[in-house]
Design a binder for this molecule. Structure first.
Ligand code: KG4
Ligand code: ZN
Length: 340
C-alpha cells in the first residue's frame, strides 16, 4: 500500500488564525480556529494591524494544537499548505511566512491555495464525494461571488459584487442598528422577532439576468428607514419592534437576491449542483431559501456545517488536488491581497 501523506495547512487571511491537519485521502484529523472577534469588536470591524499582530501571537500555538489533536508530529508532515490569496496583505503574510519556513525546515513541498476556491472546496470536503462540476457561491465578509466550477481548481467568475460584500452589509447594518460585531449572527437573531415584509428594501439587479450583486443601496435604505434624514447625528435605535422589523426586512432583501442570482446561475450554466461557502452561509433563512430554490430547480445543494463555512484551514485540503498535479509553490511565494 502506498504511504499516506499528512498535510499541515495554515489560514491567516482575515481575523481567524487557523491550522488543520488532513491526509491525501481528504480525512480531516484536526481543524483548529482561534477567533480574534473580541479584539476587533470595540472597533466595529476588523482592524488590519491588530489582525496581523494577533496572528503572530496565535499562529504557533494554533499549529501545535492542530498537530497534537491530530496525533501527528511535525516530522510526519509531508506537505505544507497555506492560503496566500486573497485577504489582508499583512495578515496573509504571517501565514505565508510561517508556511514557507516550515516547508523549508521540514524539506517538504509547499502549496499555495486560493482562499475563495477553498470555500467552495469545503462543500466537497463535507460531502465526502465529488461535487464538481457545479455552481459555487462564496458569500462572506469580503466576497459575494458566483463561479462556474468545472473542477476544484478551475473556477470561472460569473459575477461578483459591485460594492459591499453581503457579510459586510450585515456588519454595517448591525452597526446602524446598534447590534454589535460581528453583525451577521446579531442581525439574524434580531430578525427572528421581526416582520420581513415591514420595509420594502431594494433588491439590486433582480429585474435583469446580470449575475452581479450590489448591497450598498440596501444598507443605505436601512439607514434612512431607521433614522430619517438625520442619519449623521442619530443614535442607534433601542430594542423594539421597529429594530426587529428593520433587521428582518434587510435580511429578507439580501436572502432574496442571493437565492435569485443562484437560480439564474444554475439556469445559465445548465448545472444541477450548487455549492455554497463563506461566513454568510451560516445564515439559517439563507440556507432555507437556497434549499427551497434548489428543490424547485431540481438541483442538489451543498452547504457545509458551520465550522467549515466560516474561515478555517481544513478547507485548504484543496491543496491535495494541487499536490497530486505537482503544482508546488516556489520558495518566493508571496501574499497576494487581491483575488486573481
Ligand atoms: O467567511 P468569513 O468567516 O470571513 C471572511 O472571509 O470574510 O465570513 C465572515 C462574515 C461576516 O461579515 C459575518 O457577519 C458574516 O460572515 N456572517 C453572517 C452570519 N454568520 C457570519 N452573516 C449572516 N448571517 C449569519 N448567521
Ligand atoms: Zn473566508
Amino acid at each position: 500500500m502506498a504511504e499516506m501523506t499528512h498535510f499541515l495547512a495554515l489560514e491567516t487571511s482575515c481575523d481567524e488564525t487557523a491550522a488543520a491537519v488532513f491526509t491525501d485521502d481528504l480525512r480531516v484529523l484536526s481543524n483548529v480556529v482561534a477567533s480574534q472577534t473580541d479584539l476587533h469588536a470595540r472597533f466595529g470591524g476588523v482592524v488590519p494591524e491588530i489582525a496581523s499582530r494577533a496572528h503572530l501571537r496565535n499562529l504557533l500555538p494554533v499549529v501545535d494544537e492542530a498537530l497534537s489533536r491530530a496525533g501527528v508530529s511535525l516530522a510526519q508532515i509531508g506537505c505544507v499548505a497555506v492560503h496566500n490569496t486573497p485577504g489582508l496583505v499583512g495578515a496573509l503574510l504571517v501565514g505565508v511566512s510561517a508556511a514557507k519556513a516550515l516547508a523549508l525546515a521540514l524539506g517538504v513541498p509547499l502549496v499555495g491555495v486560493n482562499h475563495v476556491a477553498s470555500h467552495v472546496f469545503a462543500c466537497r470536503l463535507a460531502a465526502g464525494r465529488d461535487i464538481f462540476p457545479c455552481v459555487g457561491l462564496v458569500v462572506s465578509g469580503g466576497h459575494t461571488s458566483l463561479f462556474k466550477c468545472d473542477s476544484a481548481l478551475s473556477l470561472e467568475l460569473l459575477g461578483g459584487t459591485r460594492d459591499d460584500a453581503a457579510g459586510e452589509a450585515f456588519d454595517k447594518v448591525a452597526a446602524v442598528l446598534g447590534l454589535g460585531f460581528p453583525g451577521g449572527p446579531a442581525v439574524e437573531r434580531e430578525a427572528q422577532s421581526g416582520n420581513p415584509k415591514a420595509f420594502d428594501f431594494p433588491r439590486a439587479f433582480s429585474d435583469d439576468g446580470r449575475l452581479e450583486f450590489s448591497f450598498s443601496g440596501v444598507k443605505t435604505a436601512v439607514m434612512y428607514a431607521c433614522h430619517g434624514q438625520d442619519v449623521k447625528r442619530a443614535a442607534p435605535p433601542g430594542p423594539g419592534q421597529k429594530r426587529a422589523d428593520l433587521a428582518a426586512s434587510f435580511q429578507a432583501a439580501v436572502v432574496d437576491v442571493l437565492a435569485l442570482k443562484c437560480k439564474q446561475a444554475l439556469r445559465k450554466t445548465g448545472s444541477k449542483r450548487l455549492a455554497v461557502g463563506g461566513g454568510v452561509s451560516a445564515n439559517k433563512p439563507l440556507r432555507a431559501a437556497l434549499a427551497t430554490m434548489c428543490e424547485k430547480e431540481g438541483a442538489e445543494l451543498f452547504i457545509p456545517p458551520l465550522n467549515l463555512c466560516t474561515d478555517n484551514a481544513a478547507m485548504a485540503a484543496l491543496a491535495v488536488e494541487k499536490w497530486r498535479r505537482g503544482e508546488f509553490a516556489p520558495p518566493e511565494l508571496d501574499a497576494e491581497p487581491n483575488f486573481a
